[in-house]
Design a protein. Structure first.
Length: 402
């Protein structure tokens, strides 16, 4: 984990999608990948209900590596890339090797870079998928295609039909091969999971730091995905060996950590701290509104999991005899690093959340778009982690000082 790598990933907030069409709101790559992973979660959960084993670890890493690839190749439209892959396969492999070279210095960890290399090889067709990964890959690709379709549906109101007809036909043709996936069927036919996704999509329209000019603007949903990616990288920084459930929980806890804001909107930190008792009042109201406006759209087989992610999301916690127990990082590593305890490194998610906010403020200031809100926010975050601060195995002061 280093600032240069984080800043490279942050570029996805500036990559505009559908930039040859009328756009009623900002459509950027980070938001699209965030919605893709939310869709992948929903579709994957339905597949698990059918007895299909989903390799969540592979999918989580794929979300990072796919984003890195898109950042490097953002100037080549997807249809052009598919044409290169089908008609010039050798050149397509070399193109992906070039992508890897762009990140060699940014990813000094050899194991992580090796994972990236293997993913690129599988995606380009030069390396076969491992046994059982093909089903997970299908869920991931279906979510990718479906999230593209959702963007098309959202911009269709302001574009003449003839501009979109051929694109719509192409996307629907691509989705045909995945229609055996139950979750995708329900999303396509706008059933209960679609209503849940519609609520989450509202986070795409909510701008962070809404009280101040800032570049680039970031949505709450895009921020959530960036925090999930940062959490993944900070786990490498900490060096602890995580059981599969802990690894899975950390990523999706980060991805869903601002989910209540879909129905409450973002209440900025200074307002939350306006009085001593106000943070508790806000949390209680959030819980009530989530129960009324979000929970009814969740399926029984993932509802409790999402509520576990979003309740007390920034605490290290485990489940013991059906109760949530707060624990230290040392206890997570020694006593509770086992799937049966449902462990979460919530304090790591909090570091990632704060680091994302720090970069959002710091970058805008460096671009010359600043305000008292941004400067105070950045300075307060720096003061929160004085020299010597180590949390969950991470030297947080050094992270923020780079």
């Amino acid at each position: 984990m280093n600032k240069d790598f984080a800043l490279k990933i942050f570029e996805a907030f500036s990559i505009v999608r559908w930039n040859d069409l009328v756009r009623p709101f900002d459509l950027v790559e980070m938001d699209k990948d965030a919605e893709k992973m939310v869709s992948a979660y929903i579709i994957g959960k339905y597949e698990e209900q059918r007895g299909v084993k989903i390799d969540w670890e592979w999918m989580i890493y794929a979300s990072l590596f796919d984003l890195l690839r898109k950042i490097s190749l953002c100037d080549i439209k997807s249809p052009v890339q598919r044409l290169i892959k089908s008609e010039y396969p050798d050149e397509f492999i070399r193109l992906n090797e070039w992508v890897l070279e762009q990140y060699r210095k940014l990813i000094p960890d050899k194991k992580l870079f090796s994972r990236f290399t293997i993913y690129i090889g599988k995606m380009s067709g030069s390396i076969p998928y491992a046994e059982g990964q093909e089903e997970t890959s299908r869920v991931f690709r279906a979510a990718h295609k479906y999230s593209t379709l959702r963007e098309l549906e959202m911009i269709s109101m302001v574009n003449e039909p003839q501009r979109l007809d051929s694109i719509r036909r192409e996307i629907h043709a691509d989705l045909q091969k995945y229609l055996d996936l139950r979750g995708l069927q329900l999303l396509m036919t706008k059933q209960k999971p679609f209503d849940f996704l519609m609520k989450i999509e509202q986070l795409r329209f909510q701008t962070r730091w809404n009280q101040t000019p800032r570049v680039p603007k970031t949505s709450v949903l895009g921020h959530c995905f960036f925090v999930a990616i940062l959490t993944l990288l900070l786990e490498w920084e900490a060096g602890a060996t995580l059981c599969p459930k802990r690894f899975y929980n950390n990523f999706f806890c980060a991805l869903f950590h601002d989910l209540p804001e879909a129905v409450t909107r973002d209440i900025i930190s200074p307002v939350k701290q306006a009085t001593e008792g106000f943070p508790f009042i806000v949390k209680n109201i959030e819980d009530q509104i989530v129960a009324q406006e979000l929970v009814p759209f969740m399926e029984d087989f993932y509802r409790d999991e999402i509520l576990y992610f979003t309740n007390d999301e920034f605490s290290n916690k485990v489940m013991v005899d059906g109760r949530v127990v707060h624990v230290t990082w040392e206890e997570l590593n020694t006593k509770y690093n086992d799937d049966r305890f449902n462990p979460v490194d919530g304090r790591t998610v909090r570091i990632a959340d704060h680091y994302s906010a720090f970069l959002e403020a710091d970058l805008s200031i460096r671009h010359g778009i600043t305000s008292k809100h941004l400067e105070d926010g950045r300075n307060n975050l720096l003061r929160s982690y004085p020299e010597g601060t180590v949390i969950n195995g991470i030297d947080v002061h050094s992270l923020f000082s780079l």
